[in-house]
Design a binder for this molecule. Structure first.
Ligand SMILES: [Fe+2]
Ligand SMILES: [Fe+2]
Length: 287
């Protein structure tokens, strides 16, 4: 039977989440600023010994096949790109949230992390086809965090998830997000938004998390970014990298055409590039 979720219980679960470290938060703030330079990111990493160690471990992963060991952060960063540092910092600061099984979505352990990482890479690929200026690494970061709300929502949602699939099948609701709203009284985007506010993440990331299924609802200046993640998310599901039972049960908003030049050929290219980068990134980030 459907069960309206107790908002207060969700609020309490979010309140208990540990905060991001000040370095990780600074890193996300720097990335969110379109005028930042690689040097700003290097400085943050150098200041944080745990992050330094993990970045060096990632760049020296056998998957990249580098002949000489990389021991400088500057070189590691120019090889890996800022996005890998973001991935490591997010992985460290969200702890088990991204790797635990998603009961309410019949998602297995690690599914959310893989979906988010794939979506991040795909969102960045989509951003390369933007009609205007675009910060590629911000699209990546948005993709990486877009479904974070599922980590908390899944526990509250498990009793209704079967019913949700039934509702979609019967056409009673038009997509999975509506089923969440209808049966639980709230959805994973709202929960994610509250988490982002708790963590004091930059506003652009809050907008991505809240609006990634309905990008037209984001304020105008955020729309290109939110649309990039909207498409990246769908590409990820099309590539079979989803979080369980909700895979591809969302709508594609054609409004992306205003911001991106995407043809079926470029989409196919995006999927191929994303698959290639994803398998390397996933392997090198395995701790
Ligand atoms: Fe989502
Ligand atoms: Fe997603």
């Amino acid at each position: 039977m459907s069960k309206i979720v107790d908002r207060e219980a969700v609020r309490q679960a979010i309140e208990k989440l540990p905060l991001f470290s000040s370095n990780a938060l600074e890193l996300l703030q720097v990335i969110a600023d379109p005028d930042h330079e690689l040097e700003d990111v290097v400085k943050i990493v150098k200041f944080d010994s745990a992050l330094t160690m993990r970045v060096l471990k990632a760049v020296n992963s056998p998957v990249y096949g580098l002949i000489k060991e990389v021991s400088s952060i500057d070189r590691a960063l120019s090889y890996l790109g800022e996005r890998m540092v973001v991935s490591i910092a997010v992985q460290e600061n969200t702890g088990q949230l991204l790797s635990k099984p998603l009961e309410g979505y019949q998602g297995e352990q690690g599914d959310l992390w893989r979906h988010d990482l794939f979506s991040a890479i795909a969102s960045r690929e989509v951003a390369r086809y933007a009609k205007g200026d675009f910060d590629l690494d911000l699209a990546f970061t948005g993709g990486l965090l877009h479904d974070i709300g599922k980590s908390i929502f899944a526990t509250f949602w498990k009793e209704s998830s079967q019913e949700a699939l039934g509702q979609i099948e019967q056409g009673a609701v038009s997509d999975y997000l509506m089923a969440e709203q209808d049966l639980a009284g709230l959805d994973h985007t709202e929960v994610g938004y509250e988490m982002a506010r708790h963590w004091k993440l930059p506003e652009s990331l809050q907008a991505v998390i809240l609006h990634h299924h309905h990008p037209a609802e984001a304020i105008e200046c955020m729309q290109p970014l939110v649309y990039a993640v909207h498409i990246g998310d769908i590409v990820s599901m099309m590539a079979g990298c989803n979080t369980g039972s909700d895979g591809l049960k969302y709508h594609l908003d054609p409004g992306y055409e205003e911001f991106f030049d995407l043809s079926p050929t470029t989409l196919a290219e995006i999927v191929l590039n994303a698959e290639e980068e994803f398998s390397k990134a996933e392997e090198s980030l395995r701790s």
